[in-house]
Structure formats: structure tokens, C-alpha cells
Design a protein around this ligand. Structure first.
Ligand SMILES: NC(=O)c1ccc[n+]([C@@H]2O[C@H](COP(=O)([O-])OP(=O)(O)OC[C@H]3O[C@@H](n4cnc5c(N)ncnc54)[C@H](O)[C@@H]3O)[C@@H](O)[C@H]2O)c1
Length: 365
């Protein structure tokens, strides 16, 4: 396999993780350049021997890279990724792609024009149980969906987490809270599993931390197929729950943490509803679904990107899919302030105006 010469832009928590991982993948990757606006982040033992820049444009102009990983705070993802695409580079842009639907549209248009590999790091797609859920839905093994409940609270973050970087928990710094930073992973799964949504009604709040943006979200989507999806996430509870309940005509699929169980009905719900019994006696069998082996997390994403660049393999987490997490998040935020359901697609100007008001403290939580 041809080695991919890669540059990493943004060397904080996530960029440093990427550096560590990519340096351990010498058969696929060679880290040739690093960039951070903070020289202290650049000049460390683990960066020695690698070209270093404080301006991402110099890194892009250096000719040292075939690909870049963008791991800066989200509001610069769009600008940096677009500049990389315009140089004909492959891009792995951290989630969320950007913080607004309008900026995401612009990025996707430039990426499409470039035609190079564009991945994001929605690493939850590498969780084999999440893949099994997708396959079961595609094979119609759960039947026509009746309802979905998704609770995502394994995201506990301390006040220190928000205080240690000035961009965190601020409308200007990241364009949102849990909806922009942690829950994009879960919102992406909703889109990956259930496709496009018709509308969403939601509320957001700052209840558990001293921050400007939301640390709690509650929303109900109506899918294009007509069933409701209730969604809850926060960054302030423990031990935390990661639970999805998908109720279908053929049974109920429940993933909680690392376990996936299917309560398979002997007779479908629709047959019971159409039957003679006023109080149907339903019978089901509990099927525990085994966890397949898989390369999980960022290692799985990076192995897949190398295959995509060198052999044209399909991406696990294509950048082109990642608009949905931004659009869903923006829609919930609009719905909170208008106190009304939001129909997709989101009104780009309405969201830009709302975010502007939040940044300028004309509105707030
Ligand atoms: N996929 C995941 O599971 C995952 C996990 C954590 C973070 N992230 C994402 O990674 C991104 C970074 O998060 P983090 O926690 O590492 O943040 P961080 O604050 O620890 O690091 C960001 C770094 O970017 C640098 N930076 C800022 N503007 C820059 C610019 N214009 N050019 C170059 N460098 C710049 C900062 O100096 C800092 O070192 C965020 O978008 C976040 O959502 C993804």
C-alpha cells in the first residue's frame, strides 16, 4: 500500500490522539507536517523531526502532504478543509463538519468539486453493534418501525473541561454545546440508521454546568417514514446511559452499552392489531445478538481511509453524509427558540440570524 503523507492541523486533545495513532501506522501513513496556532502545542517531544507550522496555509502550500486531518475547534473546520480541497488534498475533518448548515453546504460543494477522499471521524459507526443495527434495519428484520427512543448520556464532562479551553461552551467558540460537540455522533447514527427526517421539535437548556451553550437536549424527530424518534442527551450525569430502543412490527431491538438484544415476536404487531382478541396475548423470544469482531474507533476510521485513498474502498464515515448531524442540531436549536416544530431542510438564513443573536447575547439560554 502507498504511504499517505499526512499533515495534522490542530494539535490539542484530538489532534494529539491522531498524531500518536498515525505515527504507529507506518505501513499506511507518514506524518509529514503539523500545524497549531499555539507554538507550545507544536514543540513537544513527539513532534520532533516533523515539519511544523503556525499557519495552516503554509502547511498546505508546503507540498509535504497528500492529506490533512483537521482537528481545530469546529468554527475553523470549514475554512481549513475547503482550502485543503482547493489544493487537491484528501481531508479527514473532525466532527462536526462545521457549526452551521450554511457553512456545511459550502464545504460539501467544494469537497464535491475536488473529488478527493473526504472522511469525517464518526467513529461510532465502527462499533460492530451499530453496524448490526443498520444491517437488521436494511434487511427489514425488525419490520415496519413503530417508534424509537435514544438516550445518550455517556458524555459526562466536568466544569474544568469547559473552562480549560476558552472556545468550549460558547456560541462564538463552538456554535453550541452538547449538540455540537458530543451528540453529533448520536445524531449521525440516527441519520445512518433511519435516513432523512421530516421535522423535529426540541428543547435545549443549560442546567448542569456554568456555560453559555446547552448541556442538555431533548427532541422528538418525525422520520420521513412517519415514525417518532425521541432523543435525549446531556453532559452531566453518571454512570450514563447509551441506550436505543427500536420498536418494530416484528419485535423490539434494544442496544444498551455493549449488548444488543432482539425481542422477536411470534406474531407481528400488525397481525395482533388486526386479530379478534381485544387484549392480544403477545409472545416473544429473546435473541441475544453476538458482538462481531471489528477494528473500532479512530483506528477503524484511519484503516478505512487508507483503503479508500489507495484502493477506492467505500468510506465508513463519508464527509458527504455528515451534514445531517449539523442540520439536526441546528433544527433543534431553532425549535427551542421558536417553540415550534422545524421542518427539514432548515432555513439557512434563519439559523445564521439565530446564532448571530446568541453570539451577541441578544438571545440566550
Ligand atoms: N471524533 C471524536 O470522537 C472527537 C473527540 C474529541 C474532539 N473532537 C473534535 O476535534 C476538534 C478539536 O477538539 P479538541 O478537544 O482536540 O480541542 P483542543 O482545544 O484540545 O484542540 C484544538 C487545537 O486547535 C488549535 N487551533 C485553533 N485554531 C487553529 C487554527 N486556525 N489553525 C491551527 N490550529 C488551531 C488550538 O490551538 C488547539 O491546540 C473539535 O472539533 C472536536 O469536536 C472529535
Amino acid at each position: 500500500m502507498k504511504k499517505i503523507r499526512i499533515g495534522i492541523i490542530g494539535l490539542g486533545i484530538m489532534g494529539s490522539n491522531h498524531l500518536k495513532f498515525l505515527k504507529n501506522q507506518p505501513e499506511n501513513y507518514e506524518v509529514t507536517a503539523l500545524c497549531d496556532i499555539n507554538p507550545e502545542r507544536l514543540n513537544r517531544e513527539e513532534t520532533e523531526g516533523i515539519a511544523r507550522f503556525t499557519d495552516y496555509r503554509e502547511l498546505l502550500d508546503s507540498g509535504l502532504c497528500d492529506m490533512v486531518a483537521v482537528a481545530t475547534p469546529h468554527p475553523c473546520h470549514g475554512e481549513i478543509s475547503m482550502a485543503a480541497f482547493r489544493q487537491g488534498l484528501h481531508v479527514m475533518c473532525e466532527k462536526p463538519l462545521t457549526e452551521t448548515v450554511a457553512k456545511t453546504d459550502a464545504l460539501l460543494a467544494v469537497a464535491k468539486e475536488a473529488g478527493t477522499v473526504f472522511s469525517t471521524n464518526f467513529s461510532m459507526r465502527t462499533n460492530p453493534l451499530n453496524k448490526v443495527i443498520k444491517e437488521m434495519l436494511e434487511k427489514d428484520e425488525i419490520g415496519k418501525i413503530i417508534r424509537v427512543d435514544f438516550v445518550c448520556t455517556e458524555w459526562i464532562r466536568s466544569q474544568k473541561y469547559y473552562d480549560m479551553q476558552s472556545w468550549r461552551g460558547r456560541w462564538l467558540g463552538e456554535g453550541g454545546g452538547v449538540l455540537m460537540n458530543q451528540a453529533p455522533h448520536n445524531l449521525d447514527l440516527l441519520h445512518w440508521w433511519f435516513g432523512e427526517m421530516e421535522s423535529v421539535r426540541g428543547t435545549i437548556g443549560t442546567r448542569l454546568h456554568d456555560i453559555e451553550t446547552e448541556d442538555e437536549v431533548e427532541a422528538t424527530f418525525i422520520s420521513k417514514k412517519g415514525f417518532p424518534i425521541r432523543f435525549y442527551a446531556n453532559t452531566g450525569e453518571a454512570p450514563g446511559i447509551d441506550r436505543i430502543e427500536i420498536v418494530g412490527d416484528k419485535g423490539t431491538l434494544i442496544r444498551e452499552g455493549g449488548k444488543l438484544n432482539f425481542r422477536k415476536l411470534e406474531q407481528t404487531v400488525s397481525a395482533h392489531l388486526a386479530g379478534d382478541a381485544p387484549f392480544p396475548l403477545t409472545k416473544s423470544e429473546l435473541v441475544e445478538i453476538p458482538v462481531p469482531e471489528a477494528l473500532r474507533g479512530a483506528p477503524g476510521i484511519w484503516a478505512n481511509i487508507a483503503e479508500a485513498v489507495n484502493n477506492g474502498a467505500p468510506l465508513i464515515a463519508p464527509g458527504a453524509d455528515a451534514w445531517a448531524a449539523v442540520e439536526f442540531a441546528n433544527a433543534i436549536t431553532i425549535s427551542h427558540f421558536t417553540k415550534a416544530p422545524v421542518t427539514f431542510p432548515v432555513d439557512r438564513n434563519a439559523y445564521d440570524e439565530l446564532l448571530n443573536d446568541l453570539i451577541n447575547h441578544k438571545k440566550g439560554l
